[in-house]
Ligand binder design. Sequence first.
Ligand SMILES: C[S@@+](CC[C@H](N)C(=O)[O-])C[C@H]1O[C@@H](n2cnc3c(N)ncnc32)[C@H](O)[C@@H]1O
Length: 216
Amino acid sequence: MRLRIPPGVHRPRSDTWLLARAIHDTDLTGATVADLCTGSGALAIAAAQARAARVVATDTSWRAVLAARLNAALNRCAVEVRRGDLLGALGDDRFDLLVSNPPYVPASTDALPQHRSSTPLDGGRDGRALLDRVCREARNHLRPGGSLLLVQSSVCGERETCGLLEAHGMSAEVHARRRGPLGPVLRSRAAKLRARGLLGDADEEDLLVIRGRLAA
Ligand SMILES: C[S@@+](CC[C@H](N)C(=O)[O-])C[C@H]1O[C@@H](n2cnc3c(N)ncnc32)[C@H](O)[C@@H]1O
């Protein structure tokens, strides 16, 4: 995949590529896919390359929207990129698969980064502000039998995500788990997160791809 990452647009990291692998593992032939919080468009492009029939991508940042359009064109992929807030940007559309790598790093405040932020990673004090919204609202944008693939850190709660998906009528399971050192932003906040009980003694986290499924 060829990607241009302009200033102010999130550069894909290991969590992006873990989710991209999960997308490639899924048979998307003829499927419709939406990528929420698309950034550079990497995950939307991964879905298009996995033979999805239609791919929509959303982001609140105009820079990200323009970067995702550019990158889709560079990779000769048809991706409809919309500027808008999470699932709200999807209107009444329903999809076979929703994918997302939302901002999920626990921060010192619940204020979410503005769309011009160059580090669009903060997910509120517990890191769950956007994760929770995706878990609550996903089923309203899924076709029967459809799935959500969400990537997050274990630091912001595996059980919380699975529990919330189940509370909203979906089954939930961990599709992929990769143990590794804390990412640079989490590492820089480790002392404060430990003081708040959000992080144990280990300097490691699990990156998780969680799959939620809506019954057919
Ligand atoms: C962690 S980056 C992930 C980008 C890309 N999906 C990847 O994996 O490389 C999060 C993205 O979410 C976008 N974002 C933040 N809040 C959003 C919201 N409420 N709705 C849609 N996108 C949002 C940011 O602009 C940023 O591009």
